[in-house]
Write a protein that binds this ligand. Structure first.
Ligand code: GCU
Length: 327
């Protein structure tokens, strides 16, 4: 005969087994695509987020990260997400401009007063409103990641906008980036990030613009030996999730996912600073010269982009005013 204690142990054991298999059965795995290598700071930050969300939901929500554009370019990944084949994409505000117009604000040159202003905007109400603005397009933003400032690089120093004249400059597929390069006197050439190394090497384009870690980790530093710190834009990386995947989670799991995303955004701040220093040193070792131009002429050349904004794009103009009002 079984003692009462043995019966209880057997019952609890069975309950645990059923519970465990039920929760394993219920686990949701979210597929996330991005175009950076595993040693990029943003991959490390998202890896942290994946561990956090798994912990916070007792294994209920898992994130599988596909780096290196294995699942396609940023644009292709966005389309896969909208078709339901992918759940999450780490992209950036320039790429998102075509999917949700409010992101354009981040692509306007010299909008942010300094790094603190840029950082505060990402964490402000207007920052959250931009993340939420794309619901009708089938996705929402979960968080921004610091991606520093973008500057021009090519085979000669760029000290003034006049040095950009006649250069074919690769830009992201963002109307604001195209307008900015035109305003500065260059010839904008939209191209996917993954095609840029060969394009620079073969002279399909003469120049490009990006932050220092992307410049170095993508090995563009092998083919462009001058990086001019004109710091025209501060374009954050953005983590987005399809509304289908997001709305399919329980409210508790949605909260856990947001908490994990915010925690990875915090971690990214220190990872980014370290990465900028490390990748600049690596590039210098490879013979890249870092130039510090006077920014005044660049700021003046892009001013027309703001002058008519009120009339040409009142919606964007309102977002810009809200951004300027952030302390
Ligand atoms: C940055 C950004 C990427 C983007 C790339 C680009 O590296 O992190 O998301 O694809 O710029 O210039 O295309």
């Amino acid at each position: 005969m079984m003692t009462r204690k043995r019966v209880l142990t057997a019952v609890i054991g069975a309950a645990l087994t059923i519970g465990a298999s039920a929760s394993a059965f219920a686990a949701t795995t979210l597929k996330l695509s991005h175009n950076h290598p595993r040693d990029h700071a943003v991959h490390k930050a998202m890896d942290h987020m994946a561990k956090e969300v798994r912990k916070l939901t007792d294994g209920d929500v898992r994130i599988r990260i596909y780096p290196d554009a294995q699942l396609g370019t940023q644009r292709e990944s966005m389309e896969l997400m909208q078709n339901g084949a992918l759940d999450m994409v780490k992209t950036n505000a320039a790429e998102l401009e075509a999917f949700a117009p409010a992101y354009s604000a981040f692509n306007l040159p010299y909008l942010f007063r300094d790094k603190a202003h840029y950082s505060n905007v990402k964490e402000s109400a207007v920052g959250e409103d931009i993340l939420a603005s794309s619901r009708d397009s089938g996705f929402i933003g979960l968080t921004y990641y610091d991606a520093g400032a973008r500057s021009f690089y090519t085979s000669k120093p760029i000290n003034t906008p006049a040095d950009l004249k006649g250069l074919k400059i690769r830009v992201q597929p963002s109307p604001s980036a195209i307008n900015m390069v035109k305003a500065l006197g260059g010839s904008p050439t939209p191209l996917a990030y993954g095609e840029l190394y060969t394009a620079l090497q073969q002279g399909v384009v003469d120049a490009a613009e990006n932050n220092i870690p992307s410049f170095s980790l993508s090995r563009h530093s092998e083919v462009s030996k001058y990086y001019s710190l004109d710091e025209h834009t501060m374009v954050p990386d953005v983590l987005v999730i399809s509304t289908k995947a997001y709305d399919g989670l329980s409210e508790e799991n949605r909260k856990a996912l947001k908490t994990a995303a915010m925690s990875s955004m915090e971690l990214m701040k220190s990872l980014w600073t370290q990465s900028e220093e490390k990748e600049r040193a690596k590039a210098e070792k490879m013979g890249v010269k870092f130039i510090t131009p006077n920014k005044t002429a660049f700021v003046e050349a892009v001013q027309p982009m703001y002058d008519t904004l009120d009339e040409s794009n009142p919606e964007l103009s309102k977002v810009v005013e809200r951004i300027k009002a952030v302390q």
